[in-house]
Design a protein around this ligand. Structure first.
Ligand SMILES: Cc1cc2nc3c(=O)[nH]c(=O)nc-3n(C[C@H](O)[C@H](O)[C@H](O)COP(=O)(O)OP(=O)(O)OC[C@H]3O[C@@H](n4cnc5c(N)ncnc54)[C@H](O)[C@@H]3O)c2cc1C
Length: 383
């Protein structure tokens, strides 16, 4: 027995067919490799090209740029299957769901034609670097500086906690082009990582998502063509971030809800199998009530998520809605998975059990993509 599922309102036969492809790939290429990736603190570089070959990268980028020609619904299906496969390593949401969309929306035409096919094939891995050692939530206070010099920008600064940082070939970097202009002084600049002066620091040790590459990046007099600026002019970075962050937050919510559902499935199976006092653990009232509560939480989260995905597909998901769905689903997934883990007893604390990894992996969801306190700030501004 498992959690009862209904087809999401935004799905259709084609998407469910695509789900089979995504599921097969995730089960074959992600699930069996978790231990090695945890040890290496990153996925195999070839994973990206394998995914590119079967058409799983840049799913919602138009075909004319080498992408899959799909919609956000395709990205959603892939992330759901990734979460269900128990993978906490592959930074595909950042690569396809975030980086490709900054390029698609703001890069100059010839740059799009150069970069997007490489992201779609896996020849390039993408990252986005906003956070710095001194600032995360307060993005206006970033100190990485880009100074215009002829046809180039010269970039100096440091970034940290960057997903895909160790493997990235292309990084969208938030920089200050005018340090005196506050938010209007922020720009986004694309840095290719073979540029002299670019350097990677440590791949960081984390509480969870241990197989995911999260790295420090350094920029010492990195000379970038001025044409790599995203947008027509300097100073548009903050607006671009505000336009793109709703999709990033929705992607986090997708993973949270699929993770919740997967954890409940695992816990139902485990508690029906494991016995204590001569009966399956599932039959204790506490177990049934805990799982009934969890299933209800998941159903409510799923309904809200599906509504937000539909709104996003219509181009109507606003900043407030994205903040709400990120806040709610990431808060609930932490509670649900913690309750599920409890029902595994000591085995729930053993990292060889997927529920233990899921518990550690989901903790970050309340922090990245903007902390949940910042989500409340954003929501409260609209009240
Ligand atoms: C695994 C991982 C992956 C990440 N991936 C990326 C990535 O790919 N690219 C990237 O740019 N960043 C990435 N990040 C960074 C992440 O987005 C930041 O950690 C996050 O935005 C918080 O910033 P901070 O760590 O500087 O915390 P701070 O901003 O220092 O916040 C510390 C605490 O203060 C609270 N706080 C701050 N301001 C307010 C306020 N106004 N009101 C109330 N409370 C407040 C916060 O909510 C938090 O609880 C990643 C982080 C991790 C751990």
């Amino acid at each position: 027995m498992a959690l009862q599922r209904h087809r999401s309102s935004w799905s259709d036969d084609d998407l469910e067919e695509f789900r089979e492809l995504a599921r097969t790939f995730c089960q074959k290429e992600l699930t069996p490799n978790q231990e090695r990736w945890i040890e290496n603190k990153q996925v195999d570089r070839e994973l990206w090209t394998k995914a590119g070959e079967v058409g799983l990268l840049a799913l919602s980028v138009p075909e004319e740029y080498g992408g899959g020609g799909g919609t956000f619904a395709h990205e959603t299906v892939l992330l759901e299957e990734q979460a269900r496969s128990g993978d906490g390593a592959w930074g595909v949401a950042v690569h396809s769901g975030i980086v490709a969309h900054y390029l698609l929306a703001y890069a100059a035409e010839e740059r799009k034609r150069e970069w997007l096919p490489k992201l779609a094939s896996g020849e390039y891995v993408g990252a986005i670097a906003m956070t710095e050692p001194g600032t995360g939530s307060d993005l206006q206070s970033i100190r990485t500086r880009a100074v215009r010099d002829g046809d180039s920008y010269v970039v100096n600064g440091a970034k940290t906690f960057i997903t895909n940082g160790a493997q990235a070939d292309l990084v969208v970097v938030a920089v200050k082009t005018d340090p005196d202009a506050g938010a209007q002084g922020v720009s986004l600049l694309v840095v290719e990582t073979d540029t002299p002066g670019f350097r990677r620091g440590r791949v960081l040790d984390k509480v969870g998502l241990k197989g995911q590459d999260t790295a420090e990046l350094f920029f010492d007099d990195v000379r970038v063509p001025a044409a790599n600026l995203l947008g027509e002019q300097e100073g548009l970075g903050f607006v671009q971030l505000m336009q793109q962050l709703p999709q990033e937050r929705l992607l986090i919510a997708v993973t949270a809800v699929a993770g919740m559902e997967a954890a409940i499935d695992q816990t139902i199976a485990y508690t029906k199998d494991r016995t204590a006092f001569g009966r399956p653990i599932f039959t204790f009232q506490n177990t049934k009530f805990t799982l009934a509560q969890a299933a209800t939480e998941a159903a409510v989260a799923r309904a809200f998520l599906d509504q937000c995905v539909e709104r996003h597909l219509r181009g109507e998901l606003d900043v407030q809605g994205a903040a709400m769905v990120k806040l709610w689903t990431t808060d609930r997934v932490n509670k649900v998975i913690d309750d599920c883990l409890q029902l595994f007893g000591g085995y729930g604390y053993m990292t060889e059990y997927p529920i233990a990894r899921a518990w550690a992996d989901v903790r970050i969801a309340r922090i990245f993509g903007g902390t949940n306190e910042i989500m409340k700030e954003i929501i409260s501004r609209t009240l």
